[in-house]
Ligand binder design. Structure first.
Ligand code: IMP
Ligand code: MG
Length: 185
């Protein structure tokens, strides 16, 4: 099939073009430039998936904005909250700051929900989430993104920073998994 690729043991087919992704990023940047003018937000992108999105988004921002990339480590816990998420590399104090959390994709919502809940303890002025991709039918945690690039069906996607078992992050467009019957998954 035209444009099909194989990554590890699975086949993926073209899903969202580079142009569609870039247009979605244009729209997010336009909203952030408007909503955050004069506010000097602190942007916290979650690695690894967000490196490409963050880079393309930042080139379009014309406001004062800081960035602090983090990696998340999650612990199933002893505490009644169930999960504690620690941000590795978070050197910035977010107290009284306008914070923007950037993630590649909101799937079940588990990561963002737990991470953002924990950050409120530091008393930021506000926390909003920015995701390139949103799978609303997969989300089970009580969170909705404040800024969304594209809403997509509950399919496994690959490319533009997102991986399948470590590979595929370097693809400039988005692919989705093909199932065993050769249908789109
Ligand atoms: P969540 O906690 O279930 O919302 O998912 C969080 C993380 O799972 C995302 O930041 C991605 O790294 C990964 N993820 C979710 N869906 C996909 C997908 O379709 N392709 C690749 N990675 C995904
Ligand atoms: Mg991720």
């Amino acid at each position: 099939m035209n444009g099909e690729i194989k990554v590890h043991d699975k086949y993926f087919v073209p899903f969202i073009t580079e142009e569609q992704l870039q247009q979605a990023i244009d729209r997010i940047a336009e909203m952030l430039n408007k909503d955050y003018a004069g506010k000097n937000p602190l942007c916290i992108p979650i690695l690894n998936g967000t490196f490409m999105f963050t880079s393309d988004l930042f080139k379009r921002l014309n406001i004062d904005i800081e960035v602090c990339f983090v990696k998340l480590a999650s612990y199933k816990g002893v505490q009644s909250t169930g999960h504690v998420i620690t941000a590795i590399g978070m050197e910035k104090n977010i107290t009284d700051r306008e914070v923007l959390i950037i993630d590649d994709i909101l799937d079940t919502g588990k990561t963002l929900h737990h991470f953002i809940s924990g950050l409120y303890q530091q008393k930021p002025k506000s926390i909003k989430s920015v995701v390139l991709l949103y799978k609303p039918d997969s989300t089970v945690y009580p969170i909705k993104p404040d800024y969304t690039g594209l809403s997509i069906p509950s399919k496994f996607v690959l490319g533009y920073g997102l991986d399948y078992d470590g590979l595929g992050r370097n693809l400039p467009s988005l692919y989705c998994l093909k199932d065993e019957n050769n249908n789109l998954s």
